[in-house]
Design a protein around this ligand. Sequence first.
Ligand SMILES: Cc1ncc(COP(=O)(O)O)c(C=O)c1O
Length: 345
Amino acid sequence: MRDWINQSVKRIEADFQRSADTHLVKLNLPVFAGIDIYLKDESTHPTGSLKHRLARSLFLYALCNGWIKQNTTVVEASSGSTAVSEAYFAQMIGVSFIAVMPTSTARSKIRQIEHYGGQCHFVEKASQVRSESARLADSIDGYFMDQFTYAERATDWRGNNNIAESIFQQMKQEPHPIPHTIVMSAGTGGTSATLGRYFRYRAYPTQLMVVDPENSVFFDYYNTRDASLTSEYGSRIEGIGRPQVEPSFQADVVDRMLQVPDAASIATIHWLEKLIGCKAGASTGTNLWGVFQVAREMQENQQSGSIVTLMCDSGERYLDTYYDESWVAQNIGDLNVYSAQLPPV
Ligand SMILES: Cc1ncc(COP(=O)(O)O)c(C=O)c1O
């Protein structure tokens, strides 16, 4: 058994060795003179999103804990992106994989999971994915990966080329190499936990702003610390916002939170496409809306500096939703009031 574990870890590490880092793109926004805004493009990972990092860490963590063995079926609760990346790593080490996801999950993600040999199992509501995953894993004697619990601890927050270390490394030659603020949204909260811990570990003064969509409990939890909060409806911004407080979300390393209207997130990705010529997923819009809030505050206080956020995934996954005018009109509503507030391009 140890031979199989050794071989599986080696395969994942060799894949990492062959991989390049993701780009840190500087946005050209003259309206914010003296304030430099950067977007770390996580869509360029082989499986298309920031969850590639998490999936690699979760597999290594579970393998080294002895939780995944040669014939284990891995089950995961996901809004899709994590499952795509986990299906990739499951195929790499030769174990079966089942993703438990809401029926509303983008069809392109479902196709990609199946492309990597994974199976999809659907539930009606986002709030059901965890309990259904646990039940399913139990019934087939499989292993429930449980990103919503383990994301915060599977990643080495002290470095080891985690996303925080990579950002600070790539910022080294910029006019303001230590960001004033890094803005991130939360799904598991794993990425925000890594960022917030790393700032403290390295004694950087950088602030962590977490942005939250509608129908998510993270914002209210941050203010009340009531872990029993729930929301009846799932988030409409795929990948972020949760109907219950997830164990992986580490509120104590977050410096501030901002609630972002869903229509503002969608208006922002359409605006971004005009600026950089690429489509991003909706959570990138949530992130950037938070960035502009910070940039305006810095401007009012006559501060200069840098702000960094993430392009979590590409908009090509959402052509039939966030980039479809009639879907947006029906499901999100009018974007004009938010579009009018975005910087001129
Ligand atoms: C598209 C997208 N954006 C953002 C996130 C949030 O990342 P994290 O789970 O690290 O909080 C996710 C997580 O699933 C995601 O899929």
